[in-house]
Structure formats: structure tokens, C-alpha cells
Design a protein around this ligand. Structure first.
Ligand SMILES: C[S@@+](CC[C@H](N)C(=O)[O-])C[C@H]1O[C@@H](n2cnc3c(N)ncnc32)[C@H](O)[C@@H]1O
Length: 239
């Protein structure tokens, strides 16, 4: 199943307690996400975070938009346990839903008619056909005027650029942790969840979003394989 290794407590833990903090430009990506949301929807009430992990993307938005509530979806029990703890102080504004994004979005995720749908480093675990159908489902689920932002790991254009990304990523981890570069690189290329990465070029995904009806579709931020992209559901009646 797509992204299945994330159901293991060890994989969830090593990501949340280690790798998450070392993603290059991670704070800039989440800030870009929040700015996009605020620009197109200054007062969102309902947020959906797909593949929430411990809820980091939702927390950024709940802090910025105090009138908003959020539904957090993930298929991993260990991740949702961590989200339960990390989101405790937001409790009345948060609902956790266990669901596999390989299948259609559950009604528990969409019944609040989200003004905002975000996802961070998740959709690349789904095969291309499902990525595309999920974007279409997000368009349908969003309230008119709603915003979709995907903070994502995307494919490099060439093997040389992929090697540059791997090198830059591992140098960043080595510098932040003080660990030897070679050890970090070896761990990076052999980590168990790497096989769950089904990376797709950002240009392809932008076309899928446009094809679903989204406007203002663009890649708003990009560093090599890390991209923030999305679009807005038009506010008026659909053409
Ligand atoms: C790299 S983590 C990102 C977590 C969080 N969004 C963040 O930014 O830290 C990927 C998350 O996607 C979830 N995930 C992977 N495949 C999934 C699927 N098919 N359905 C639901 N969640 C999935 C994992 O359980 C994990 O929490």
C-alpha cells in the first residue's frame, strides 16, 4: 500500500524526532504556504491537513488564523498518536481522522467544506493516477474561493540534479547534527521509507491542478526537489 512504512512506529519516530527538523528551508516552505492561504483567504474557518504527521502544517495555520478549526488526516496510528499529543493545546479546534489517502477522501475529512486544504510531504507517496484524482477531489471538496497548497518532494529533472539534491540535503543534515557526511548519505539512500517515494515533476502536477479547475496555479517556492505549489478554487459559480 502507498506510504505503508509510515505505519511503523520506528519510521514515524525517526522522522518526527530527527529528519523533520533537518529538511532544508522547511520553515520557509511552511511560511510560503501560510502566506498563500492568507493572501487568497484572509479569514479561513475550516482547514484540512492531508497526511498530517504530528500536525505541523495545521499548527502553523491554526496559529495564524485563530478563528479556524482543522481536520487532520493520516493513515498511520503512531503518527496520529503523536498528533494527539502535539495538538493537545488546540484541542477544541482539532479533529483527527485515520484514513488512507490511496482511497477517496472520507466524508469525515470533507464534511466541514474546507476553506483550505494543505499537505506537506505526503502526496509523493501516492501513485501518479491517485495524485491526479486526489487533486480533483480537493478541488471538489474545497469551498468556493478555497485554497489548496502542497508542500512537496518532487522529481528532479535529471539524474545529475537528483544527485545535487541528495548531496545538498545530506550536507545540511551533517552540518546541523555534526554527523559525518558519508554516514548521513548512506543512511539517506538506504532508509526504509525511500521506496515509498513516487516523485513526480512539479510541472506535471501543476498541469493536473489546472486541469482540475484550479486558478492561480504556480510553484510558489522551489529548492531542487522541494516545492510549494497549489491553486485556488474560483469563488463564483464554475464555468
Ligand atoms: C513525510 S511525513 C509528513 C508528515 C507531516 N505532514 C509533516 O510535514 O511533517 C508523511 C506523512 O504522510 C502519511 N502518509 C503516507 N502515505 C499515506 C497514505 N496513503 N494515506 C494517509 N497518510 C499517508 C504518513 O503516515 C506520514 O505521516
Amino acid at each position: 500500500m502507498a506510504g505503508d512504512t509510515w505505519r511503523q512506529a520506528a519510521v514515524a519516530g525517526s522522522y518526527l524526532d530527527g529528519r523533520r527538523a533537518h529538511i532544508p528551508y522547511a520553515a520557509d516552505q511552511l511560511q510560503t504556504m501560510a502566506e498563500l492561504v492568507g493572501w487568497f483567504h484572509p479569514d479561513p474557518r475550516s482547514i484540512l491537513d492531508l497526511g498530517c504527521g504530528d500536525g505541523i502544517a495545521a499548527r502553523v495555520l491554526l496559529d495564524r488564523f485563530p478563528a479556524a478549526s482543522a481536520v487532520l488526516v493520516d493513515h498511520s496510528g503512531p503518527m496520529l498518536e503523536r498528533a494527539q499529543t502535539a495538538m493537545a493545546s488546540y484541542a477544541p479546534r482539532v479533529r483527527l481522522v485515520q484514513a488512507d489517502l490511496s482511497g477517496a477522501l472520507p466524508s469525515a475529512a470533507t464534511e466541514a467544506r474546507p476553506d483550505v486544504i494543505v499537505s506537506a510531504y505526503v502526496i509523493h507517496h501516492l501513485p501518479d493516477e491517485r495524485k491526479q484524482s486526489l487533486y480533483a477531489e480537493c478541488f471538489t471538496a474545497l469551498a468556493p474561493g478555497g485554497v489548496f497548497v502542497n508542500v512537496e518532494h518532487v522529481a528532479s529533472a535529471t539524474p545529475e540534479l537528483e544527485a545535487l539534491f541528495d548531496d545538498g540535503y545530506c550536507r545540511n543534515v551533517a552540518a546541523r547534527t555534526g554527523r559525518p557526511y558519508d554516514e548521513v548519505l548512506r543512511e539517506y539512500v538506504t532508509r526504509p521509507d525511500r521506496r515509498d517515494n513516487l516523485l513526480t515533476a512539479v510541472e506535471t502536477q501543476l498541469e493536473w491542478l489546472r486541469g482540475s479547475g484550479f486558478r492561480h496555479v504556480d510553484c510558489y517556492f522551489k529548492w531542487l526537489e522541494l516545492a510549494v505549489f497549489g491553486g485556488v478554487r474560483p469563488a463564483g459559480p464554475l464555468p
